[in-house]
Design a protein around this ligand. Structure first.
Ligand SMILES: Cc1cc2nc3c(=O)[nH]c(=O)nc-3n(C[C@H](O)[C@H](O)[C@H](O)COP(=O)(O)OP(=O)(O)OC[C@H]3O[C@@H](n4cnc5c(N)ncnc54)[C@H](O)[C@@H]3O)c2cc1C
Length: 487
């Protein structure tokens, strides 16, 4: 079998040799070129770079975790090749442009206080637009505002008397905030008193009414888990981030976040439309695994392979190689429906999140995306985003749309909601891994000789968790390769 080298523009002098073993030898030339549009596409093979015998670490998956791993390797002048199965980077964090609207693939918010994101992202160029710090809750046939006392004092005072919770509940929110703010993230994620979020809230003393009317729709929408079985560690972390930062959307859609990371990586280091079919191990500690693409090519790296794919795919690629925790609970799913309306034909102009606190119906939360970031739609049009928690596999898209329109007609009036036009429905079966206790957010990324794992299933199911785990995997790989050089 003839060895064919992969032509890459590698700046590093420390790179190890990676070779492409192909059943039908051919010189592959890849060109990654970030586009000005939100969709990045692969160009036909025409590389300006000469074949280079030195090659990268292989990263499988171009979501936030893979991109963070790549960013760290790049900062250490270590070449890499990132293989992404789909037609663009971003993984679960992508935005489609449809009829002039920016449709995020599911309701997503970027919290500015995420610590790893603060280190990696340029917030200014993301042009972040803020949500109102609070929410409007549909309960008992009308809306009630829950406001953040530090950012909207008067509304928070007014909200003390509303039926969303008792006055002690609202004081407990302040105390909970104080409690999480006095803890470091380290302490939060290693706390010995880990329980489910529901148990935590009950233990703090919150009433059933505030749990059902505020916490279940709000955090149920964040975790896609209305029963609030998700670990209290994640609740505490998100609660802290919400206290310290703003909920935002980038003006170019949530997909602008991975696009920004990708744009800072060397061109030609990311190859799209390349699905890895398997990771092949020699079983020999001294040699790194190789990666076989669905197309048949085999890539080998001397430094190692970073597996940055979502949990179900990682389970397949790493089958038999890792002792995965037994998962008895299913992953989290969501459905997001988008509608368009005339901007004059929506009930509010403020960037507020609406929550369903009624305990009835299928809508969990909704908002007018163009009220948060006007760039999410053409100038005269509003974009309406509606989220459901769960998979709704047995219900057709048409029936879901009918049901949502019917339900929101009860919120805003039938003549208004009836005029909205359905744009698209996203069904996201694997939205997040199940994050019930126990949660080990610091799992060792090294799972075998030369194989490192990252992604939200290896840590916490947040943008920040994915970013931090990608960096940890790259650090572990670099540490091991430095040690190997010494020994
Ligand atoms: C609808 C929705 C809303 C969310 N809202 C928020 C939010 O508001 N705030 C927040 O912090 N987090 C949110 N999250 C969670 C957050 O988006 C994820 O935790 C994070 O993006 C996971 O990143 P990842 O890199 O681990 O995985 P992914 O984004 O899934 O990336 C994995 C990548 O690997 C690729 N891949 C898979 N298999 C292969 C293969 N065999 N070969 C090559 N490539 C492969 C995939 O195509 C994908 O690009 C949300 C998630 C969803 C789905």
């Amino acid at each position: 079998m003839k060895l064919i080298t992969l032509p890459l523009p590698l700046p590093s002098t420390t790179a190890a040799a990676t070779t492409l073993l192909s059943p039908k030898p051919q010189l592959l030339r890849f060109k990654f070129k970030p586009q000005s549009s939100l969709q990045t596409t692969i160009n036909p093979p025409k590389s300006p770079f000469p074949p280079n015998p030195k090659s990268p670490v292989i990263i499988i998956g171009g979501g936030l975790a893979g991109l963070a791993a790549a960013t760290h390797l790049n900062s250490q002048n270590t070449p890499f090749l990132l293989l992404e199965a789909s037609d663009a980077v971003g993984g679960r964090v992508r935005t489609d442009v449809v009829d002039g609207f920016l449709l995020d693939r599911g309701f997503q918010i970027f919290i500015t206080a995420y610590p790893e994101a603060q280190k990696l992202l340029d917030y200014q160029s993301l042009d972040l637009h803020k949500f109102y710090s609070g929410a409007r809750i549909f309960y008992g046939g009308s809306f009630h505002t829950v406001a953040d006392p530090l950012r909207d004092f008067w509304n928070s005072v007014k909200s003390l008397a509303n039926p969303i919770g008792s006055i002690p509940d609202k004081l407990l929110i302040g105390l909970t905030r104080f409690r999480v703010l006095t803890k470091s993230d380290e302490e939060i994620f290693s706390s010995g008193d880990e329980v489910s979020t529901m148990e935590l809230l009950r233990g703090i003393g919150f009433s059933d009414s505030i749990i059902a009317r505020f916490f279940q729709p709000f955090f149920g929408g964040v975790f896609f888990d209305k029963e609030l079985e998700t670990t209290s560690r994640l609740f505490n972390f998100i609660f802290k981030c919400l206290a310290l930062g703003d909920n935002t959307l980038p003006s170019n859609g949530i997909g602008a976040i991975p696009q920004q990371l990708a744009a800072k990586l060397p061109s030609d280091s990311i190859v799209l439309n390349s699905r890895v079919a398997s990771i092949d191990y020699s079983g020999d500690e001294s040699s790194s695994p190789s990666v076989r693409l669905e197309s048949g090519e085999v890539l080998r790296s001397e430094l190692g392979v970073i597996v940055a794919v979502e949990q179900p795919e990682a389970d397949k690629l790493l089958a038999g190689r890792i002792s995965a925790p037994v998962r008895t609970k299913p992953a989290r799913s969501t459905v997001c429906l988008y509608f368009t309306a005339d901007r004059a034909n929506i009930p509010v102009s403020d960037p507020v999140l609406f929550l369903n606190g009624s305990g009835k119906g299928i809508v969990n939360n909704m908002f007018f995306a163009t009220n948060v970031a006007p760039s999410y739609g053409p100038p005269d049009k509003a974009l309406v985003s509606v989220s459901l928690v769960g998979g709704f596999e047995d219900v057709t898209d048409d029936d879901l749309t009918t049901e949502v329109v019917h339900e929101l007609s009860g919120w805003f009036g039938g003549s208004m909601v009836g005029s909205w036009r359905h744009l698209r429905t996203y069904r996201i079966k694997f939205a997040q891994p199940n994050q019930c206790p126990p949660l080990d957010s610091k799992r060792n990324p090294r799972v075998g000789s030369g194989v490192y794992v990252c992604g939200d299933h290896w840590t916490t199911a947040t943008f920040d968790g994915a970013l931090a785990s990608g960096k940890r995997a790259a650090e572990a790989l670099l540490r091991d390769s430095a040690l190997n050089r010494v020994v």
